[in-house]
Ligand binder design. Structure first.
Ligand code: AMP
Length: 398
């Protein structure tokens, strides 16, 4: 059984065809510059040279048609016809407060994606374009939406409500949703499986540390809390996002810098985080190199980033009344040994002991805690496409 996974952005479309027999990637690729001159499709099949197609893609419809042609191409293809694709799974950013689960796409589900355009103004419209393009190109095929927000729907009202009048939740859905949900769902589930965590010992903290970073607390795979909020701005300090901030900063900067609220929000989302703190880069490889060379602002940015991760771990251990496992994932979580060391060296109070031989493992599944550690520590690479494919089978085909 093969599942096509689609992640449609406003001018790009990523795809993977996953063979569910062994959960391997049969082919994957990227359409770039959709709706812009110079559109290009790069199609990759393991063990073969990349297949690059330069062709006009005025809309996502043409992009999907090119993707299907590449998947069925005599030389570069991996299927003979679209009949071999059992279903299509779509990454969708925001399901609002109504969607608590992945779902088969019908008119009602699409209406909800449309209804919450205001909560995901950049992503939801693009996600819907990808869905409608697939419906047109493969009529009758099952399409499933997997929402970035569904994991956070496991939170109880005391965790997801802001300390403001609930009428704003009732009227507009203003609450904490959390993002990177597919990653947190996958990594918390894989931590339980890989670590063989017994029932009753499944309090897991997942640190998804990448260009965007978030952290979650889950019990038995159900989200208890997660650090992003109404939008991905809340929580950890990120590549270019500020993370948690006193809302009054918005008014203060607006007044003193003569900026609109939208302009301040643009600064908080795109011109803040470790990039702004360091003045060097949002990329942790650059930050580590600069800090090594004695750049004090880069060192400060790294310290501030880790400090907030440490604080959230402490908060989530308290919120769950204990923690059984902490898992690192994402580009930084899987690879950056400096961040890993700094964070873990502040968790002695949890009784963590490390296996120094395994500590330096990068980019693959490993337990890095020692057998007598009170809390187990794992590195588990995230795989959001596989999580979407599994959800597509679970919801659409069973
Ligand atoms: P992601 O958004 O999950 O792709 O993560 C991107 C971040 O991971 C960037 O800040 C990269 O610098 C960081 N990253 C990726 N590989 C490494 C590595 N080998 N060492 C340190 N940081 C890395």
């Amino acid at each position: 059984m093969k599942i096509l996974v689609i992640n449609a952005g406003s001018s790009s479309l990523k795809y993977q065809l996953i063979d569910m027999a062994d959960e391997s990637v049969a082919a994957k690729g990227l359409c770039e510059r959709i709706g812009i001159a110079g559109s290009v499709l790069t199609h990759k099949v393991p063990g073969k040279d990349d297949y690059v197609v330069e062709a006009p893609m005025p809309t996502h419809k043409e992009a999907i048609e090119l993707v299907l042609n590449a998947l069925m191409d005599a030389e570069h293809g991996v299927v003979k016809s679209t009949d071999e694709i059992s279903a299509v799974g779509h990454r969708v950013l925001h399901g609002g407060p109504e969607i608590t689960e992945s779902c088969v796409l019908d008119e009602h589900a699409k209406e909800i994606i449309r209804k919450y355009f205001p909560l995901g103004p950049l992503h939801n419209p693009a996600n819907l374009m990808g869905i409608e393009a697939c419906e047109q190109a493969m009529p009758g095929k099952i399409n499933v939406a997997v929402f970035d927000t569904t994991f956070g729907m496991g939170m109880e009202p005391y965790a997801y409500l802001y300390g403001i009048d609930p009428k704003y939740y009732d009227k507009y859905g203003v609450r904490r949703y959390g993002f990177h949900g597919t990653s947190h769902l996958f990594v918390s589930g894989e931590t339980i499986k890989f670590g063989k965590l017994p029932e009753g010992k499944q309090k897991v903290i997942v640190c998804h540390l990448g260009n965007g970073s978030s952290i979650s607390a889950s019990v038995g795979g159900v989200c208890q809390d997660t650090s992003m909020g109404l939008t991905p701005l809340e929580g950890l300090i990120m590549g270019t996002r500020s993370g948690d901030i006193d809302a009054s900063v918005v008014q203060f900067l607006s007044k003193h810098e003569n900026l609109s609220v939208d302009e301040v929000l643009n600064i908080l989302n795109k011109k803040s985080g470790v990039a702004a703190l360091s003045g060097v880069s949002s990329d942790f490889r650059d930050l580590q190199a600069a800090a090594q060379d004695g750049n004090e602002r880069a060192a400060l940015a790294l310290k501030a980033f880790c400090y907030r991760v440490i604080k959230y771990i402490g908060a989530y251990a308290a919120a769950m009344d204990g923690v059984d496992a902490i898992t690192f994932t994402g580009g930084i979580g899987e690879n950056d040994l400096g961040v890993r060391r700094e964070v873990l060296s502040h968790l002695n109070y949890l009784g963590i002991k490390l296996d120094e031989e395994k500590f330096g493992t990068r980019g693959k599944r490993v337990e890095i805690s020692a057998p007598d550690s009170k809390v187990r520590v794992f590195i588990i690479p995230t795989n959001e496409e596989l999580a979407i494919a599994r959800e597509t089978v679970r919801v659409g085909l069973s």
